[in-house]
Design a protein around this ligand. Structure first.
Ligand code: SAH
Length: 363
């Protein structure tokens, strides 16, 4: 047998290996019931992988050596490879770059912010949505991440940064979580198990550009995570210009969906609002936001726009300008005068290109 043939066999075996990372508790129990007739081992593996963040079978002292050897041959735990990380000297934001099996790169970001430290994770490599203000959109779409790859971003950063130092998780990195619904939901089911980590579902936010039917479906799962809708305009025509997905799922449908979500899960909706000069920062925008927030239990998260000019994009993306800081403050104050809860987000991580909408790796 020559080397190429040997490599092919190794690759085939690799393809056949069951990837344990990303399996939910019922799935792990099923796997061990079928493979060794010991359903309870599923619970053990769940515990080792997700609670103790074990990445090597030899760490799993309660699993007999023979079974560990079998698992090493037939299964895999690690789904992502660490590539690099970088810390901002200004605010401590830490960006991680990981690589998938296909050698595609993704980013996760840790954002310390006073009492909270939030981990921002990706759900796709690239993004198919083409929002005009977003760098990830400019790089196009490569693939959906698996549930293992989504969860691994938590495991790998928690191991490096300290599990007890991460208090919140936002699905707000690269990609649209609700267009990768199955894997996103599976990753939530892993967080939802009592045994897993110190992160409860209440501390998890799914950020979506607005895939209305999936928002409703998520409400019906009983997962009770928080939803953030990337609103950015209360007017259909303007929203369609900056977010083409609005043609498929209109603002009206999304408003109906988040109202349903808020009611069903008894949570407040976050409306994300990236401030684009002369596009969504006008007096009529304040009035429309006031009407919207009066109808839905909600708060507004204002995000200063991180310009894309350094990427030299064509069309509207190249023309968009940030609203000046003093006008952002005025805008926020006028909303607060209407009794709306408004947060103005810092542009965290701009110096290491880890800020919102800056997550794009050339590949
Ligand atoms: N697809 C999801 C999650 C990824 S984007 C969503 O659309 O919500 C995460 C947040 O960053 C969104 O609110 C998005 O609108 C915002 N964002 C994207 N590009 C940005 C930019 N250049 N400056 C500031 N915020 C941006």
């Amino acid at each position: 047998m020559n080397d190429t043939e040997k490599n092919l066999i190794i690759m085939e075996n690799r393809d056949q290996k069951t990837v344990l990372k990303g399996l939910t508790l019922p799935e792990l129990k099923e796997y061990f019931a079928n493979s060794v007739g010991q359903r309870f081992r599923g619970q053990q593996l769940f515990n080792w992988m997700y609670n103790h963040l074990a990445t090597d079978f030899d760490e799993m002292s309660s699993v007999p050596k023979l079974l560990r050897n079998k698992l090493r041959e037939e299964t895999e735990i690690v789904t992502l490879k660490y590539v690099a990380s970088e810390v901002s000297p200004f605010n401590g934001t830490k960006k991680y770059i990981f690589e998938t099996n296909e050698n595609l790169k993704i980013e996760s970001v840790i954002i310390p912010d006073g009492k909270r430290t939030t981990l921002c994770i990706s759900t796709q490599v690239g993004c198919p949505l083409d929002c005009k203000f977003c760098a990830t959109g400019l790089m196009g779409y490569k693939k959906n991440l698996t549930s293992g790859e989504i969860f691994d971003q938590y495991m790998m950063t928690a191991k490096d940064y300290g599990e007890d130092r991460i208090s919140n998780i936002v699905y707000m990195g690269m990609g649209e979580p609700l267009l990768n619904y199955a894997a996103t939901l599976k990753s939530l089911k892993i967080f939802a198990e009592e045994l897993t980590t110190s992160i409860s579902l209440k501390k998890i936010t799914i950020s979506t550009a607005g895939i209305a039917p999936k928002i409703k479906e998520l409400a019906d799962t009983g997962m009770n995570v928080k939803i953030a809708l990337s609103l950015h305009s209360c007017f259909e025509d303007i929203r369609t210009k900056i977010m083409p997905i609005n043609q498929k799922y209109s603002l009206q449908e999304n408003i109906d969906a988040v109202r349903y979500y808020a009611k069903k899960t008894d949570t407040r909706i976050t409306f994300e609002y990236v401030m684009l000069k002369d596009i969504n920062d006008r007096p009529e925008d304040i009035a429309a936001l006031g009407r919207l927030c009066a109808r839905i239990p909600s708060k507004i998260n204002i995000i200063p726009f991180n310009s894309l000019k350094h990427m030299n994009p064509e069309g509207l993306s190249g023309e968009l300008e940030p609203t000046p800081q003093h006008r952002i403050e005025e805008f926020a104050q006028k909303l607060r005068d209407k009794n709306i809860t408004v947060m103005v987000r810092d542009t965290q991580g701009e110096d290491i290109a880890a800020a919102c909408g800056q997550l794009a790796i050339k590949f």
